[in-house]
Design a binder for this molecule. Structure first.
Ligand SMILES: [Zn+2]
Length: 369
């Protein structure tokens, strides 16, 4: 099974797909507390940095969550509104599943995508802001690289409006370059260049390039990222027509990509897992970065393109996953497409860099060579 992961930056699922808010209880409240350092309200001077979050956690243990139904059954789906903002996303979910994802503040895009795309926490990848200073991304490989590590014959593709996800000259990038694989066309990276109409033109460029590559080359794992909704949220807030139109636009881009891989199933019999995720929502007035519920709320939409029964199989596979955190997304996607992470039982601490002390010779002849 091949993988297409679509990243839609800054999408409020409560606005894009309001029906799932009632249908899936896990969307109501975060499953884990936010670090008070990243609270929307400034931390009082007297409060210790280690004090509990201002907003009480509902439950820190996902296993103890009240049972929820992440599966969207077509038969019970509410009637679509007259002007659905995201008809493609709705169709993907109606024929698949949607899981709540709760982001861990800071909810900037850099830490969000670094966590979603590598399966690691902020502490593990050390990405806390959009500058990526001091990041440890070299040792926290991205989803596509993990597919490659699973089988070095794998072909991978990423296209992005935001250069920090794919470009070697950016502050990141989150997706590894893997130059050796690029030389032979086994790993392709595309960063948008046409910002003549801001992210709207750049997203169109990404869509067109990605749809072509997906349709004609069918990479084993692909990531395609659109930024238009986030741009609209920052410029106009998330309650107006501009934000709504931006959701319609990226939903239409999503349709192009779904169409591209569906045709490959129709013509070639290739099975695909399509996943759609966001890195954060937006405040009503626009903006993100802190711990507001509508900012921390994300989602993972899943849809299997394959023979009869593929949707049912997918739903069964995720039936016990009521709520996810950002670092759970990559491991789940790898599991669903059948990639197991590499292991090394070397008997020592892997990856630790240590120098020998400048103590001079001990004259212990066992170590004199
Ligand atoms: Zn973002």
């Amino acid at each position: 099974m091949k993988l297409l992961l679509i990243g839609l930056d800054g999408v409020r699922i409560d606005l894009a797909l309001p029906a799932v808010m009632d249908r899936v209880p896990g969307f109501a409240e975060p499953d884990h507390p936010a670090d008070p350092r990243f609270a929307a309200e400034p931390v009082p001077a007297a409060q210790s940095p280690s004090a509990p979050a201002a907003e009480p956690a509902v439950d820190a243990d996902p296993a103890a969550e009240p049972p929820s139904d992440p599966v969207a059954e077509p038969a019970t789906a509410p009637t679509a509104p007259a002007d659905p903002l995201a008809p493609t996303l709705a169709r993907l979910v109606d024929g698949g599943a949607i899981l709540p994802v709760w982001m861990t503040p800071p909810t900037d895009s850099g830490p969000g995508w670094a966590s979603l795309l590598t399966g690691t926490t902020h502490e593990q990848n050390n990405v806390w802001w959009n500058e990526f200073v001091g990041h440890r991304l070299a040792r926290t490989p991205d989803l596509l690289s993990q597919v490659f590590f699973g089988d070095p014959a794998a072909r991978t593709f990423a296209a992005s409006t935001w250069d920090a996800l794919v470009s070697a000259t950016s502050a990141g990038p989150v997706i590894h370059q893997r130059v050796d694989q690029q030389i032979g066309g086994q790993h392709q990276l595309f960063a948008a260049t046409d910002f003549s109409r801001g992210c709207r033109s750049a997203d169109q460029q990404v869509r067109t390039r990605a749809a072509w590559t997906l349709n004609h080359e069918g990479p084993d794992a692909a990531f395609v990222y659109f930024e238009g909704v986030d741009e609209a949220g920052h410029a106009h807030g998330s309650t107006g027509e501009e934000y709504r139109q931006a959701i319609r636009d990226v939903d239409e881009h999503t349709r192009y990509l779904v169409k591209a891989v569906s045709e490959r199933y129709e013509q070639l019999g290739e099975e695909w897992l399509i996943a759609v995720v966001t890195d954060h929502g937006h405040k009503d007035e626009g903006g993100h970065g802190e711990d507001e519920v509508q900012v921390r709320r994300s989602f993972l939409a899943l849809h299997a393109v394959g023979p009869d029964g593929a949707a049912e199989r997918l739903r069964k596979q995720v039936a016990d996953r009521s709520v996810l955190r950002s670092e759970h997304v990559t491991p789940l996607l790898l599991e669903l497409i059948g990639v197991r992470p590499g292991t090394w039982q070397a008997g020592h601490e892997v990856g630790q860099l240590r120098d020998v002390p400048s103590v001079g010779p001990t004259r212990d002849l066992r170590y004199e060579w």
